[in-house]
Structure formats: structure tokens, C-alpha cells
Design a protein around this ligand. Structure first.
Ligand code: DGY
Length: 322
């Protein structure tokens, strides 16, 4: 039997590449250089399936591939699929899968790390130390704020939001409130309270953490108006998608000291990070590493391979999005 041909757009952890090689005829990307549009189109015309990732902009034009598309499935390495035009994929009958579940802990850990970094002003302190400006131990300069009894506002209490809320509540003594688009959801976190509007959450929380998908409905969910509702002592953390926050409005709020700080793992126009953000010492900036542990990346890759394997065995992939 002819083995399905898979094109992989990014370098993968070694055990994942080994498993793919055992199952399919595979073209890997050892240089890890991201595919541009033309290369993605070409891949669509040559492969039976593509293993892709965030950063591959798979729009309707790529999916159509000039009418010469061969690929039946896009197995995304990651849970977010905002870089794929899902509507066009569904219309064209291209299966799209993702890798939910296995990255909850790693991403929640990183959100917690950003909460600690922001509330303890770690970036500012580290930067001063590295610049040789530390004069020795003192009692009153650059104090942060404690988390115990503070309010964590989770926007999007799904799998990752819940994992963060558990850490914040049980590990750090925070009270948790949350806002969800869908009201049918009851949080698994003890004493977590649902609020009726995002405005309520913005006004009440001491730390706000975003865990919503990067879809059109959530674009600039956190805008100038909502940022202005935050307490001046509050912190904003984003490990979801960059465009959930109006970056220009956030920069202005941080520059004016209208909010105390922010921790960002994602940006509106990745990999570009505005110089104005880099110049601020009340924001911690990380390069989209929410799921970047070796264990998690292997588990994500294996999930993507499970999806491909199911599809090419005429089964419904376990994590089919469309
Ligand atoms: C995800 O899984 O969505 C991560 O952000 C990486 O794409």
C-alpha cells in the first residue's frame, strides 16, 4: 500500500519525527524556516496531509491552492487554530485537527509565572541588577504586591483558565472570578464566582488573565475602554493570542501608569514586538513559549500524529476541529 505523503512545516521534537517517519512518507523541515505563502500552496498540491503550526498563515488562497489541492488534512500542532481559515477549510472539505488538553499545565504554569513576574516587578529588578544599578539590600524600594486574598479574574474559564485558577487558588490563596462567553459552564474551581460581564471582571480583579481563543469575536476584547476600568494597581496577563488585546491601548495604559503592569507571551503582530513595549519596565515580555516544555511539545506532536493516523485509517480524528 502506498503510504500517505505528509509535509511538515516546522522542525519537530525528535520522537515525534521518528513516529511520523515510521507511519508515513514524510518531508521534514530541518532548517525550521517558516513556510511562506507560495511554499504553503505548493505543499497543499503535493502532500496528502500537512502537519502545520501557529505562524503558518493558511488562508482561503492557500487552501484552494490554485485548484490543484491534494491535501485532505491539516493536522495543527497546537490548540489555537486562528491562523487557519476554518470556514474555507470546511467549505472545501479539508479536515482540520488540533492538540487540546496536553498543553494545559505548561500554559497555566507560564501564566502563573507571568503573574508572579508582574506583581513582583521581576523584570524591572533584574534589569537594574544587570545594569549594575543594585546598591545592596534595602527595605522599601520597588515593592511588589502579595497574591494572597487578591482577586484573579480569568477571562475564558476553559481548560487552561481552570488549570491557572487551581494554581492561583490552592497554591497562592487567590480568590477567583471568571467571565465566560458561554453561560452554561460551571467552573471546577472551589468558590470561583462567575461574573455577568467582562466589565465587572475588569473592575474587580487585581490580576486579569486571558484564556480565550483568538477568533474574530475576541479581537481587541481588551480595548482602551476596558483597560480604563482596571484598578491602577492591577496587572494584565496574556498567554492566549496577541490580538485579544489592543496593543496600542495597552502600551498607553502602561506608559501612563494607568495599570500597574502586564505579562505578555503573545503579541498582536508576532514576531514583531513594538519598541514602545520593550522600553517599558512594568511589562514582562516572552516569545510565545506557553507550551514550550519538552514533555508538552512531544505530547502535542504525538496528538497531531494520532490525528493523521486516524484520518488515514478512515477514522474520525480524535481532535477534529472541522
Ligand atoms: C497553541 O497551542 O495554540 C499555542 O499557542 C501554540 O500554537
Amino acid at each position: 500500500m502506498v503510504r500517505p505523503r505528509i509535509i511538515v512545516t516546522r522542525k519537530l521534537p525528535e520522537p515525534v519525527e521518528a513516529r511520523l517517519k515510521a507511519l508515513f512518507t514524510v518531508a521534514f523541515n530541518p532548517s525550521d524556516e517558516p513556510f511562506g505563502k507560495q511554499k504553503l500552496i505548493k505543499a497543499m498540491t503535493r502532500a496528502d496531509g500537512i502537519l502545520c503550526a501557529f505562524g503558518d498563515n493558511i488562508d482561503a488562497e492557500v487552501l484552494q491552492a490554485g485548484g490543484a489541492r491534494k491535501a485532505q488534512i491539516l493536522a495543527n500542532f497546537g490548540v489555537g487554530t486562528n491562523h487557519i481559515d476554518l470556514e474555507a477549510a470546511e467549505e472545501l472539505g479539508v479536515v482540520v485537527t488540533n492538540t487540546p488538553g496536553v498543553l494545559n499545565d505548561a500554559t497555566a504554569d507560564l501564566a502563573m509565572a507571568l503573574i508572579l513576574a508582574s506583581t513582583r516587578r521581576m523584570w524591572m529588578h533584574e534589569n537594574r541588577l544587570r545594569r549594575g544599578e543594585w546598591q545592596g539590600f534595602d527595605l522599601t524600594s520597588g515593592l511588589g504586591c502579595s497574591l494572597r486574598d487578591k482577586v484573579l479574574g480569568v477571562v475564558g474559564m476553559g481548560r487552561i483558565g481552570t488549570a491557572l485558577a487551581m494554581r492561583a487558588h490552592f497554591g497562592f490563596g487567590m480568590k477567583v472570578i471568571y467571565f465566560n462567553r458561554s453561560k452554561v459552564f460551571a467552573a471546577a474551581v472551589p468558590k470561583a464566582e462567575s461574573v455577568d460581564s467582562i466589565e465587572e471582571l475588569m473592575a474587580q480583579a487585581d490580576v486579569i488573565s486571558l484564556h480565550v481563543p483568538g477568533d474574530a469575536e475576541n479581537r481587541h476584547l481588551i480595548n482602551a475602554e476596558r483597560l480604563a476600568m482596571m484598578k491602577p494597581t492591577a496587572h494584565l496577563v496574556n498567554t492566549a493570542r496577541g490580538d485579544v488585546v489592543d496593543e496600542t491601548a495597552l502600551i498607553e495604559a502602561l506608559q501612563k501608569g494607568a495599570i500597574a503592569g502586564a505579562g505578555l507571551d503573545v503579541f498582536e503582530h508576532e514576531p514583531a514586538v513594538p519598541e514602545a513595549l520593550k522600553a517599558l519596565d512594568n511589562v514582562t515580555l516572552l516569545p510565545h513559549i506557553g507550551s514550550a516544555t519538552l514533555e508538552t511539545r512531544i505530547a502535542m506532536g504525538m496528538r497531531a500524529v494520532d490525528n493523521l493516523q486516524a484520518h488515514f485509517s478512515d477514522q474520525v480524528p480524535p481532535h477534529q476541529v472541522v
